[in-house]
Write a protein that binds this ligand. Structure first.
Ligand code: PFF
Length: 450
């Protein structure tokens, strides 16, 4: 059953930026970027990541915006309103499945931020040595608390998402993003004063090109898609709430710049501390949670900073997970005719089941590995498959669809900021990137990686 829901469009331009930045900025910048850069050799990864943001990220973001704003539908509906009953609908299904997978493992990490917030408020980390901090995180991971926090986080997500886009995300993001920015800059200054600062900065900013392997390239591409929430129709769904006056290219550039800046600042915050406190940069998903408490513990009033930081990280995770749930909920509401509340409940229920499996990947299910391009536990399998495979595959589909199937005059009109006259530079270059560069480049990267 198909039903076009009446949409309340975003109230202000600031609201548009706040919401798309709210989706983009989250654990992907502060947790995932440093651990991926750490695993993949630092500087070389950073250069590739920024290149992918520019060459693929901004154009695909424009494509999602153009498709969402012109159809006013979610990803499934957007494909089928331009090509009814075609195989393109499967592209929509990939988006919905990938959103659910990301929502599941992401909520586990968001749960870790909630634990650290509560522990910081209680002063539980103060006075602990680095070894004790490390041990306390490891013992937290093997208990039941991560499962409990995953469920609590998803329930909060349910209540916010069930209320609808505008009331929830727009308000939180308007306040959160500027605050997060100020706080990270303050912590960066502190990190730059640490004895390991120059080693940390060299790791992040001096590329060693011999470290570039196919897995580094695919990791950097996956991180670019993940960080910009691209390839699965999340940004497309948000753009379905844009008004005709929302400038597409400019909004995409602002979102991508702020998002990349926050990732860079997170690197500047983390790596000096990694080298100062003797942690391995290639530690993996637990890296940030082992390093940040050591930083906070040495600051005057450390537990207050720690509580504030983890609370903001929790909010940033919430605004990102709301965008994933929105993508799935829109599918159930528009295509299956469900009520918003039931659609949200179904989405969250599935995420709770998967989320529990992901949370247990660090304890009772740690020996359960899924043989797929290496051996991964369930958490890493969800993370790797969605970010490095489903998001780029979705990126190819969206690029080809918008670049070749959507009418060119409609696309040019969407991309142009001026209603009449010659198309802008972006409106001439972006369709070429979408039709040729993005699909060919992503396919080559996949083939080389295989
Ligand atoms: N971009 C978000 C972050 O960096 O935390 C994560 C994310 C949100 C990924 C939405 C994918 C997505 F569809």
């Amino acid at each position: 059953m198909k039903q076009s829901s009446p949409r309340s469009l975003f109230a202000t331009r600031l609201g548009v930026i706040a919401t798309t930045v709210g989706s983009a900025v989250g654990l992907g910048n502060i947790w995932r970027f440093p651990y991926e850069a750490g695993v993949h050799g630092g500087g070389a990864f950073l250069i590739l990541y920024i290149a992918f943001i520019l060459i693929l990220g901004v154009p695909v973001l424009c494509a999602e915006f153009a498709l969402g704003r012109s159809t006013h539908r979610g990803i499934f509906g957007a494909f089928s309103s331009i090509r009814p009953n075609s195989r393109w609908r499967w592209g929509g299904i990939i988006g919905v499945v990938a959103s659910l997978m990301i929502l599941s493992f992401y909520s586990v990490v968001a749960g870790w931020t909630m634990e650290y917030f509560i522990v910081s408020v209680k002063g539980g980390l103060s006075g602990l040595s680095d070894a004790e901090l490390h041990a306390s995180f490891s013992s937290f991971l093997v208990g039941w608390r991560p499962v409990g926090w995953t469920i609590v986080f998803l329930l909060i997500n349910y209540f916010v998402t069930a209320r609808g886009v505008q009331k929830g995300v727009e308000r939180i993001s308007n306040i959160l993003t500027p605050m997060l920015f100020v706080l990270i800059i303050a912590f960066c200054i502190n990190s730059l004063l640490l004895p390991g600062a120059s080693e940390g900065l060299a790791f992040l900013f001096h590329p060693d090109f011999s470290k570039i392997t196919p897995s580094v390239v695919i990791g950097a591409m996956g991180q670019a898609f993940f960080s910009l929430s691209l390839g699965i129709g999340v940004m497309l769904t948000y753009a379905s709430y844009f008004t005709d006056r929302t400038p597409i290219v400019r909004s995409a550039m602002i979102t991508a710049s702020l998002d990349t800046l926050i990732a860079l600042l997170s690197g500047i915050l983390i790596f000096p501390a990694v080298f100062t406190y003797g942690v391995s940069p290639a530690e993996g998903p637990t890296l940030v949670f082992e390093v940040l408490p050591s930083i906070f513990n040495r600051l005057p009033g450390g537990m207050i900073w720690s509580a504030l930081f983890f609370f903001m990280l929790f909010l940033a995770s919430l605004t990102s997970t709301m965008s994933m749930s929105e993508c799935v909920v829109t599918y159930f509401v528009e295509e299956k005719g469900m009520k918003r509340k039931s659609a949200t409940a179904l989405t969250i229920a599935v995420a709770v089941v998967f989320g529990i499996l992901c949370a247990l990947s660090f304890s009772s299910l740690s020996d359960l590995t899924l043989p797929f391009i290496g051996s991964f536990n369930i958490f890493n399998f969800f993370d790797y498959t969605s970010s490095n495979i489903l998001l780029p595959v979705g990126g190819i589909l969206i690029s080809v669809f918008v670049g070749r199937i959507m009418s060119r005059s409609l696309l040019t009109k969407q991309l142009s900021s001026r209603p009449s006259g010659a198309p802008s530079f972006a409106a001439r270059v972006i369709p070429f990137i979408l039709s040729w560069v993005a699909p060919v480049l992503i396919t080559i990267i996949f083939l080389v990686n295989l």
